[in-house]
Design a protein around this ligand. Structure first.
Ligand code: ATP
Ligand code: MG
Length: 312
């Protein structure tokens, strides 16, 4: 089974306001609201790929109950602990006239270590050897910086394969627990080593060093429209980005993580994993907002994926 962990979920509200004006009255011409947060986004894409996952995390209030209902409607199994307060709503205002995107994000819930430990215990009680646990996104207020280190270590000790997709200090701490896979983008990998990495060779070399130093099984470095690097023990493939019309690039990385989890669960070869995840990333980019792409779009892109073997 695949478990996704979202400790700081959000209701993602996308509204369209032509000619948005600050200090004026604005009228919304269209709007939609989707359950969001990185782990939840991964679960949604896994569903579109025809596999199942359990979405696990922390919710609060009416917004939390709405997210839960919508996930259940999408056919996603859930395991959320409810706490005092209200899950955040993140509003994205799209202005089709000035071609701007404006984000207005609520601060979100605060959690105690007791709540986090309760949820971790529940996860540990469910997972068995070779389950996949996807830990991604930001932490809620009150969660210590080493939370992902502790969760990764605890899941690994139960024999699960942990995918860690986090940034900054959370990634820096988390890799010390040797996750099975990490998927930094080029900027996240650069900030991890404190050096701007611009070339494919530089990114691949750095990813290999980190893999070996922290005993990580697989590193996927995504590079937006430039594609991604896939490093496993002894192999390194570079997949070119597919040329597709861009709707929204938000969540492209989450959809790649979903494809990587599905590919591992299905025992796919590295080549097929590269094909699927590149197609899923590009298909996601073609969608607007944080919607997950339909499978027939993904299927059409798979044969178009081009990749090369690199030296190391
Ligand atoms: N403009 C684009 N055109 C084609 N493919 C893209 C584009 N942007 C992203 N992709 C695909 O999606 C993958 C992941 O994108 P990216 O590197 O932007 O992830 P990310 O920064 O982790 O995103 P996020 O954290 O917002 O989900 C890329 O490796 C690529 O295959
Ligand atoms: Mg990302």
């Amino acid at each position: 089974m695949i478990y996704t962990v979202t400790l700081n979920p959000a209701l993602d509200k996308t509204v369209e306001i032509p000619s948005l004006r600050v200090d004026g009255v604005n009228r919304i011409v269209s709007m939609r609201a989707d359950p969001g947060g990185k782990g939840i986004n991964v679960s949604k894409v896994i569903r579109k790929l025809g596999s199942g996952s359990v979405a696990l995390g922390i919710l609060g209030g009416d917004t939390g109950r709405r997210i839960l209902r919508e996930l259940e409607t999408l056919g996603i199994e859930t395991c959320f602990h409810f706490v005092e307060g209200e899950t955040r709503t993140n509003m994205k205002i799209i202005d089709p006239v000035s071609h701007t995107n404006t984000d207005i994000n609520e601060p979100g819930l605060s959690v105690s270590e007791e709540i986090l430990n309760g949820l971790l215990e529940e996860l540990l009680g469910r997972i068995v050897r070779d389950d996949i646990v996807v830990i991604s996104g930001s932490l809620p207020a009150g969660a210590p910086n080493d939370t992902y280190y502790l969760w990764t270590k605890a899941c690994r000790d139960r024999g699960a394969k942990v995918f860690l997709d986090a940034d900054g200090e959370l990634l820096c701490q988390g890799i010390k627990a040797s996750p099975y896979l990490i998927k930094p983008n080029n900027h996240e990998l650069s900030s991890l080593v404190g050096k701007e990495l611009t070339s494919t060779a530089g990114l691949a070399g750095t990813a290999r060093k980190i893999m070996e130093e922290y005993k990580i099984g697989c590193v996927v470095v995504s590079m937006g429209s430039q594609g991604a690097l896939y490093l496993t023990e002894g192999r390194c493939l570079y997949a070119e980005g597919l040329k597709v019309p861009v709707g929204s690039t938000v969540g492209a990385g989450d959809s790649v993580v979903a494809a990587l989890a599905v590919a591992l669960e299905r025992g796919m070869t590295l080549e097929d994993t590269v094909r699927l995840s590149t197609a899923v990333g590009a298909a996601n980019v073609m969608c607007s907002g944080t919607q997950a792409a339909e499978y027939h779009v993904i299927e059409g892109l798979i044969p178009k994926v081009v990749f090369h073997q690199l030296d190391r």
